[in-house]
Design a binder for this molecule. Sequence first.
Ligand code: B12
Length: 209
Amino acid sequence: MSKIEEVKVLVETGKSKKVAAAVQEALDNGAKASEILEAMIASMGVVGEKFSAGEIFVPEMLIAAKSMAKGVDVLRPLLAGDNSASLGTCIIGTVAGDLHDIGKNLVTMMIESAGFTMVDLGVDVPAERFVEAIEENENVTLVACSALLTTTMPALKEAVATIKASGLTGFKVIVGGAPVTAEFAQEIGADGFAPDAGSAAVKAKELVA
Ligand code: B12
């Protein structure tokens, strides 16, 4: 088994204590950080399928998520590049009712490396909290909202509507997450959408340019 395959299996089976060392070994064997990240994201897809099929339950999903986070910790310095440019502050959070944060954390890392100062509000963020954060922070140029559940898509819509109705200006709103599409983003009045963390960074720069 290649080291990357080993990382995939460790994430899928939630062996959180072994993931960091396996990721490091994969890197030492010449694997690229981006390749390892893609493999771990694919593992989460497998975990989701097993959950849908009733083969595993929430605790196993949670342990897999923790395992992936350990792997991401090792990759972080390699993935987050030069952030010397200053494109302003980006407020980011997962919307109300939603506890998923792996994707949001990857997006945070990539947008930060694109040159933004990040303010991460965490998960289960009420719409009004996004507005407060825009008011509390200097030079907010971007607000990023994540939603991973079809059931929290209305909360994403509410977040965008509340932010837009606040009357505050000077920033763009970008949305994303597995169930979110470009069409939905447009429909709810967001300024931008991206399907993954890499393209989120590109879109973020484009939006504030
Ligand atoms: C891990 C996980 C959990 C963990 C989360 C832990 C954590 N710290 O995040 C826990 C165990 C808590 C969990 C709970 C639940 N989960 Co869950 N979970 C997952 C799982 C397996 C992986 C999610 C993940 O991390 N993916 C990897 C990351 C990298 O991908 P991503 O999040 O999509 O992010 C990328 C893009 O979407 C995008 N992106 C994300 N955010 C943003 C934001 C912006 C601005 C932009 C531009 C882009 C962007 O960029 C990211 C990086 O490339 C998915 C399955 C799956 N295939 O996704 C199910 C899944 C999302 N969960 C699901 C469900 C049903 C639940 C529960 C309701 C289960 C239950 N019965 O309790 C609860 C809900 C809890 C809640 N209120 O939120 C369903 C959702 C179904 C649906 N259609 O809505 C899924 C799809 C599983 C399934 N196949 O059924 N879950």
